[in-house]
Design a protein around this ligand. Structure first.
Ligand code: FER
Length: 375
């Protein structure tokens, strides 16, 4: 009997621990929805979650409300936060690796598994002064284990999801970022690379908080200014980095994926290698259960300006079972393609809004970088 209670307790604790990739905090989602529902209602079956996902990810042509108008969300949003713990039914990926231009849906085990003969970097945290926000702002940084000033390293800026911060990736051991970068560098596939994880909420008012309404989302759209004018110059001054688009990479998950696409379209001369994982809606006008998005740009503007250089690699990907952003990433890919902007689109079979998608996106970004640079 005691054993049974222990098992139940263990199961409950395991279910409660957010081991998935999203930085979305359950409490925040619940707060955003004014939801008073119990956490026990969170544990829905994957199939139910998928049904909800298709409801939530409405197509843009289904917009009936005026832009700017905030939709009242009556749905229990906490269920979407738990949806990201979807059981992974896919087979383990191949352990063989061949450097070619092919996308591999899943990050191979050999790259996400810690090895005893590889030294991995450790995350540290620091701050920089942001003129954009008129305040000191934090970032996490993963330097290669044997980082030294005599060498110069390429940099990947990695942007978190909504309600996240500069600790979102460094605090989540399940995204295997350290392992993927460390192993791929140890195998000589990629150069040793510095990873910078900023706080993407570029608000000037320290009391402003993220949420599902136009005003609360604006600081995310302002991050382009903080990144380009404050953080990148600071990183380039403080660390031994290679500069220029060939050595500057940009990736992001969900809200970070949305800003990754937006920033890339605005400043393609700065980033040579880009990956938007499970990108959130709102670059172009859209509506989902969370809110109505006015859109940062129009659908026609979803392209690179005439005469501008395009990224060498521009990946857009999403899990087939994404319960938060649904079909929006695919829509971005299609709009870009229609407007003549090259991008690699792929889906991660069985992945939700989770670390399976994050691991896949990062692995494939590095693989494409390696392949492109080997040409
Ligand atoms: C939205 C749907 C998803 C949205 C943001 C998200 C601001 C972000 C999700 C995430 O970052 O995980 O409508 O609007």
């Amino acid at each position: 009997m005691k054993k049974k209670i222990l098992y139940i307790l263990l199961a409950f604790m395991t279910a409660s621990l957010c081991s998935c990739g999203s930085e979305i905090k359950k409490e925040d989602y619940m707060e955003a929805s004014n939801s008073s529902e119990k956490i026990s209602e969170v544990t829905e079956k994957p199939s139910e979650i998928t049904e909800k996902a298709s409801e939530i990810a409405e197509k843009p042509d289904e917009i009936t409300e005026k832009p700017n108008e905030v939709t009242e969300t009556t749905e229990d949003l906490s269920s979407f936060a738990s949806g990201i713990k979807t059981e992974d039914t896919e087979k383990e990926s191949e352990t063989e690796f061949v450097l070619n231009g092919e996308i591999e849906e899943r990050c191979p085990q050999i790259y996400e598994t810690k090895r005893s003969d590889v030294s991995y970097g450790e995350f540290s945290h620091d701050t920089y002064y942001s003129n954009t926000c008129q305040m000191e702002r934090g970032y996490s940084i993963l330097l290669p284990a044997d980082y030294c000033e005599d060498k110069k390293y390429p940099v990947l800026y990695l942007l978190h999801g909504i309600f996240g911060d500069e600790y979102s990736f460094s605090n989540d051991k399940s995204n295997k970022i350290k392992e993927i970068i460390g192993n791929m560098a140890a195998d000589g596939i990629i150069e040793e690379t510095i990873l910078v994880c900023p706080n993407m909420y570029a608000a000037s008012d320290p009391d402003q908080k993220p949420g599902f309404d136009s005003k609360s989302v604006l600081p995310y759209d302002n991050f382009i200014n903080d990144l380009v004018n404050d953080l990148m110059p600071y990183i380039e001054r403080k660390y031994s980095v290679l500069t220029g688009r060939e050595n500057t990479y940009l990736a992001g998950f969900s809200m970070g994926g949305r800003e990754t696409i937006f920033i890339t379209l605005q400043r393609p001369e700065l980033f040579g290698y880009v990956c938007a994982i499970s990108a959130a809606p709102g670059i172009v006008p859209a509506k989902d259960k969370f809110m109505v998005h006015e859109g940062q740009i129009s659908e026609d503007e979803m392209k690179f300006a005439d005469g501008t250089i395009e990224p060498n690699v521009f990946i857009i990907c999403c899990g087939t079972r994404d319960s938060v952003v649904g079909q929006f990433p695919k829509q971005y890919h299609e709009l870009l393609e229609t407007n003549g902007a090259n991008n690699i689109w792929y889906e991660i079979n069985g992945a939700d809004h989770d670390n399976n998608a994050i691991k896949s996106g990062l692995f494939n970004l590095f693989k494409q970088i390696a392949f492109d640079k080997s040409k």
